[in-house]
Design a protein around this ligand. Structure first.
Ligand code: AMP
Ligand code: AMP
Length: 361
């Protein structure tokens, strides 16, 4: 694994007056670039040729590194170019979706904003559960094998797949039938079925809470919440029940977009404490804990119990709903603050306080 010492050496050779903020062109890249520019940084987008239109129509990247596949970010010439541009990489959901965490940890010699060690916790569901438990958060019951399914259960594929290919089952028979059906429809593969993770399905509404863990200020800030717009689950209510039965509908959770929300104020004490507890545990598991943005993915039931089913230790695309400003960012920072800009500001403050090496890995 790449050591902090190696990253420190790379940073030592950087021209801090010409630092650039870089990420791969997808997910929350526009959010990140706009924030970086407002804080006075240059921006570099590693962009698939097929997606160039986005960064032409929204010209927020000073430099485009064109690739055929995001995997090329690991190529020596791309890494060299990034280092020459004094780039700090801000990782987001497309990193975990399209790149191997092992390869990033072992072969990517470009400083990243965040804690590289925690990327491992994000992609490994067992590690996540362990982290959430240690932090004392309420989590859905884990079902060890399909044969143990006795109530409504959600079946999840490994990795951050945006809910693609998830399905529900309430008995072992239903699980096997649906899994076969999903394979037949090409929604999942036979290998996926082996790796499926089973959780109690908690009935309630989904809330995605966004936080920012500032190492410079030693504080966990609350940034707001979003809900997701998922296909097909959000379409089901638009269809009469008898039609649903007729086509033997399997709801899926493919993310299409995000919807901004504010949260009942009496829920805030618990939501704020959850962020603090997660960071406290992260500090113990992988010091200095989470660096920068993170998200707790929760279901809130009708008796206001909050169940956390996942954590993302990096910027989530749900923060795109706050580009420009959002109610909670406004409460703390006044106008014109959002997650991409908060990241850039942390980097700016770290440079000023001579602490850049403490927030990159
Ligand atoms: P993409 O580059 O759009 O394929 O996104 C990479 C991964 O990030 C996807 O597999 C999704 O899991 C997740 N993702 C992308 N966009 C969003 C979004 N707007 N809200 C939540 N998750 C997202
Ligand atoms: P994820 O990819 O983990 O973000 O999950 C995708 C979607 O599945 C979420 O947005 C929820 O709608 C749903 N979901 C995940 N886990 C649970 C759970 N334990 N109970 C109820 N719904 C869940």
């Amino acid at each position: 694994m790449i050591t902090l010492e190696e990253i420190s050496q790379i940073i030592s050779k950087y021209n801090l007056d010409r630092l650039s903020i870089s990420t791969i062109g997808s997910h929350s890249a526009l959010n990140i670039f706009k924030g970086a520019k407002e804080e006075g940084f240059r921006t570099v987008c590693i962009c698939k040729k097929s997606d160039m239109i986005v960064y032409k129509k929204f010209p927020l990247a000073d430099e485009l590194i064109l690739v055929d596949s995001f995997k090329e970010i690991l190529d020596d010439d791309v890494q060299e170019r990034l280092r020459r541009l004094n780039a700090i990489i801000v990782p987001h959901g497309s990193f975990t979706a399209y790149l191997s965490t092992e390869k990033i940890m072992e072969h990517f010699y470009v400083p990243m904003f965040g804690n590289r060690k925690l990327l491992q916790w994000e992609v490994n569901r067992e590690k996540q559960v362990d982290w959430l438990r240690k932090a004392g958060l309420r989590i859905p019951k884990i079902i060890k094998s399909p044969e143990e399914i006795s109530s409504l259960t959600i079946a999840k594929l490994p990795g951050a797949k945006g809910g693609k290919g998830y399905f529900l089952a309430s008995s072992p028979e239903a699980f096997h039938k649906k899994a076969e059906d999903m394979v037949r429809r090409g929604l999942i593969s036979n290998e996926d079925v082996e790796k499926i993770h089973l959780q109690e399905f908690v009935l309630g509404v989904n809330i995605y809470s966004h936080y920012f863990s500032s190492i410079i200020n030693d504080d966990v800030e609350f940034w707001g919440v979003d809900k997701r717009y998922e296909s097909t689950v959000d379409a089901i209510g638009r269809m009469p029940a008898n039609e649903q039965l007729e086509i033997d509908l399997i709801p899926t959770y493919t993310i299409v977009g995000n919807i901004p929300l504010t949260i009942r104020e009496s829920l805030l004490p618990e939501i704020l404490q959850m962020g603090d507890k997660l960071q406290k545990t992260a500090k113990e598991l992988a010091p200095p804990g989470i660096i920068g943005p993170f998200c707790l993915e929760t279901v809130i039931t009708d008796n206001l119990e909050i169940y956390t089913f996942e954590v993302s230790a990096r910027i989530v695309a749900g923060t795109n709903v706050g580009i420009g400003t959002s109610p909670y960012a406004y409460l703390k920072y006044g106008e014109k603050m959002w997650m991409g800009k908060r990241i850039a500001r942390e980097i700016r403050q770290a440079i000023k306080n001579n602490k850049l090496k403490e927030i990159v890995c």
